[in-house]
Ligand binder design. Sequence first.
Ligand SMILES: Cc1ncc(COP(=O)(O)O)c(C=O)c1O
Length: 268
Amino acid sequence: GRIGIIATHRAYHGRTFGALSATADAKYRDPFAPMLEGVRHVPFDDLDALDKVLDDSVAAVIVEPIQGEGGVRVPADGYLRGIRERCDVRGILLICDEIQTGFRTGSPFAFTRDDIVPDILCLSKSIANGLPIGVTITTEAVSERVPKGSHGSTFAGNPLVCVAGAVTLRVLADETLHARAARAGERFQERVRGLGLPQIREVRGRGLMQAVELKKPVTPVIKTMQENGVLVLPAGGTVIRFLPSILIQDDQLDVGIDALAQALRRAG
Ligand SMILES: Cc1ncc(COP(=O)(O)O)c(C=O)c1O
C-alpha cells in the first residue's frame, strides 16, 4: 500500500503522535522524533510545489483550508480545488483539517469556498462548544476500509460530550450565524485597518478567524490585552489571532479592537 502523506510548510495538525508527523514545526516534532516515515512538507498555497511531489507512492494530502497556528494564512481561491483535482487524477485522498477553521469562517466549512469535498474531514474545537471532542468524517469508500473497532479510545463517543456536540451542531446549523460571522469579519478588518496604526503590517482572515500581523513581536501587546481582559493568542512571533465565539456581538468585538488599539499605542 501507499504510505506517503503530503503536508504543508507551517502546517499544524496537533501534537498526538500520528498528527505530529504532519505538523511542520520542529519545536513540536523534535522532542518526539523519529516521526512516521513517508510524510513530506511542501510550501502552502503552491500547486507547482505539490506537482513536484505527487506520485503513486502518495496516499493522502493533508491541508488546513486556512492555516491557523501557522499565522492565519488564507490561500488563493482555487488552491483547494487544485489539490482536489490533482488527488482525483492519482487516486490520492484529500484530508481537510478544519479543527480550527470549522464553523467560524463564514460557512460551516472553509473548504466549501472552493466547492470541493474532502475524503476525510477533521473537526474539533468548536463542535461541542468547548467540551473535549474530536470527530473524523470520511466518505463511505474510506470508512469501508477501516476495520470495525480498530480505531477508538476510552472516552471516544462518550455520551455527555456527544450530547453537547449534538446540541451545538443544532445551533451551528443556523445559516444566519455563518452569514453574520462573515460580516463580522469584514467589519473587524475595516475597523482595525481604520485605526491607521503604523505598527500594523496586515489584517487578514475570514469570518471570525482573523489575524493582525505586526511589524514587531506581539508578546507585550498580547500581555497588555490580557491584562485588560481580552484573551488573544499569537500565531507565530508577529501575529495576533482573534478567534472569538460565533455568537459574539459587534459591541463585544469592538471591546477587543479597542484593547488592541490601546495596547499598541502603549507599546509605541
Ligand atoms: C488545524 C489544527 N489541527 C489540529 C489541532 C489539534 O492540536 P492539538 O493536538 O495540539 O490539540 C489544532 C489545534 O490548534 C489545529 O489548529
